[in-house]
Design a protein around this ligand. Structure first.
Ligand SMILES: *Cc1c(COP(=O)(O)O)cnc(C)c1O
Length: 352
């Protein structure tokens, strides 16, 4: 066996229940970008549907359509990377909720030939991240354009949203002020959004005032805790995945592990963490593109399996991330789609 990525779908379901509880009375929008944070879109969406998730955050139209194909008609799917008219038409066709943070897209919507149904628009105010989003100085002009689209039956105003850094409470507070002002302006212009949303995992859990109607939670759903922040236990979440590798050879007092198509761990991690072996934790000596050298144990033999990181391991993805000043997602995403996924479950929970 080469490396394998094991995903415990029951642990995922427990995290979903925990997120639902933590963000109440808002709804949980499960974010599934990057192939559901590398856990595999299809299995994750399937289980989320069984667990009653009502909103999925799917990043782009392609992912949104893939989610729709798995999830069927009874879920709202929000996408927020839209390239232009073609994307808009495809998004409407697939019954997606469209996050619009660029005035040009409103113009595209106006010019779109008769769509089967009005576009469900979530207008994005830029609250300081400057990635995309309508700048406050352009907000009234965007509202006027949206108002014309609504009057023409080409759009419905479903949501007002933004994305915040979640790096400091003070910056988030400033962002929220801009968000609230944008909403007041919209309401004043006769445009009251059905849904407001601005928080992701961290602010959604920690700060009640940021929950609004929907909280877009990715990381915590998958049990990925924030770097430098609270523990999984504090948050009530658990890692759901385990990267397993097998011993291919014993080389003196070390063993070589086959990591297969991992996108590599940086060699600066050499000597800085342990993997979980059948005999307990052992230090990692060397990291090579497709393999790793680890301190051997007494009866180590080819075929033995070792937990590199994750559930049941000596370290989590975020533990590794902290050693190189990044975030747990960045480590999780190194498990390339070529590493086979194996899903385990004892079936959906019966009580909710
Ligand atoms: C990735 C993303 C999220 C989820 O963030 P987490 O910190 O993983 O919960 C929410 N909203 C947007 C716009 C995102 O890109």
């Amino acid at each position: 066996m080469s490396a394998e990525y094991r995903v415990d779908l029951d642990a995922f379901a427990r995290n979903l229940a925990r997120v639902r509880e933590a963000v109440a009375h808002a709804r949980h929008m499960l974010v599934v970008k990057d192939d559901a944070y590398a856990h595999g879109l299809e299995a994750i969406v399937r289980r989320a549907m069984t667990e009653g998730v009502e909103w999925i955050g799917a990043f782009d139209v392609e992912t949104g359509r893939a989610v729709r194909a798995v999830a069927g008609p009874n879920v709202r799917i929000f996408v927020w990377l839209l390239g232009g008219a073609e994307d808009l038409a495809a998004g409407i066709e697939a019954d997606l909720d469209l996050g619009i943070g660029d005035h040009a897209l409103l113009d595209d919507l106006a010019e779109l030939a008769a769509a089967p149904s009005p576009a469900r628009v979530h207008l994005k105010i830029d609250t300081g991240l400057h990635r995309n989003g309508i700048r406050p100085e352009d907000w009234e002009r965007a509202l006027a354009a949206l108002s014309r689209l609504v009057d023409a039956g080409k759009a419905s105003f479903e949501g007002l949203w933004s994305h915040i850094a979640e790096a400091s409470d003070a910056d988030d507070d400033d962002a929220r002020e801009i968000f609230l002002a944008a909403r007041a302006t919209a309401v004043g212009a006769g445009l009251t959004p059905q849904f407001s949303h601005l928080a992701a995992s961290a602010a959604g859990f920690a700060r009640e005032a940021f929950r609004e109607d929907l909280v877009r939670v990715g990381a915590f759903s998958y049990g990925i805790r924030p770097a430098g922040g609270p523990t999984e236990r504090d948050l009530g979440i658990e890692p759901i995945s385990t990267l397993v590798a097998s011993v291919t050879s014993v080389e003196g007092d070390a063993v070589r592990l086959d990591l297969g198509s991992l996108h590599g761990l940086p060699s600066v991690l050499e000597g800085r963490f342990s993997v979980e072996t059948p005999a307990g934790p052992r230090g990692v000596r060397a990291i090579e593109p497709t393999s790793m050298l680890v301190d051997a144990w007494a009866d180590a033999a080819p075929g033995d399996t070792v937990i590199v990181w994750g559930r049941g391991g000596a370290v989590s993805a975020t533990d590794l991330a902290e050693l190189i000043d990044t975030i747990g997602e960045e480590i999780a995403l190194r498990v390339s789609p070529l590493v086979p996924r194996r899903y385990t479950s004892n079936g959906p929970r019966t009580a909710r």
